[in-house]
Design a protein around this ligand. Structure first.
Ligand code: GRF
Length: 196
């Protein structure tokens, strides 16, 4: 049985769908939900699901990223996960933290990578006049929002869409894509999942 840690910064809706999927014949179980934000709504949701939680606030480190990342790794050393899922974790991790986790760390990004790395992906897709948009799960490498693709889900861009309405449509697909990818990945299969 694989052990999974999940990093969040906010509400944690992706974390909840991942945790809820890891039951029955699923090859993994959640062992930790960690946030850099003590007020993250997802921490309460994880605790209510009986998952151990931890907070490593980045602010006291005042830009000392190796120091912050050493504190993250110390929590991981306690939980001993096999797989690390970034789910709305809004801190950029350096190569020093990522390299030891290469091939074992996943992230979900709200665009059809390699398009729109970084922030504000929905507004940028609308500004570009795209007719379709979506989300991607990929292995994490030191390059931001890069790394081998493990899954993608596409949604139509509709007339009158705003960044918020598009984000809501993409989030629904995130909640289907990430659990499907994790189930396959935890079983050792890196064949990309394509939705719908
Ligand atoms: C998601 O859209 C994810 O793709 C992005 O941040 C959002 C997090 O949402 N990185 P939640 O905290 O999982 O609800």
């Amino acid at each position: 049985m694989k052990r999974v840690a999940i990093f969040i910064s906010g509400g944690g809706s992706n974390m909840v769908t991942l945790a809820e999927s890891m039951t029955g014949d699923h090859p993994a179980r959640p062992v930790l939900v960690l946030s850099n934000n003590e007020d993250a709504g997802g921490l309460k949701k994880a605790a209510a699901m009986g998952i151990p939680t931890a907070v490593v606030d980045h602010r006291p480190f005042k830009g000392d990223r190796p120091g912050f990342e050493a504190a993250l790794q110390a929590e991981l050393d306690k939980a001993q996960p096999d797989i690390l899922c970034l789910a709305g974790f809004m801190r950029v991790l350096t190569a020093g933290f990522v390299e030891p986790w290469k091939g074992r760390m996943l992230n979900i990004h709200p665009s059809l990578l390699p398009k729109y790395r970084g922030l504000h992906t929905h507004a940028r897709a609308l500004e570009a006049g795209d007719t379709e948009h979506g989300c991607t799960v990929h292995e994490v490498t030191p390059e931001l929002d890069d790394g081998p693709l493990l899954g993608q889900a596409r949604v139509p861009v509709l007339t009158g869409d705003t960044p918020d309405s598009l984000a809501a449509r993409v989030l629904e697909m995130e909640h289907r894509l990430y659990p499907a990818v994790l189930r396959r990945f935890a079983a050792g299969d890196k064949t990309p999942v394509v939705l719908p």
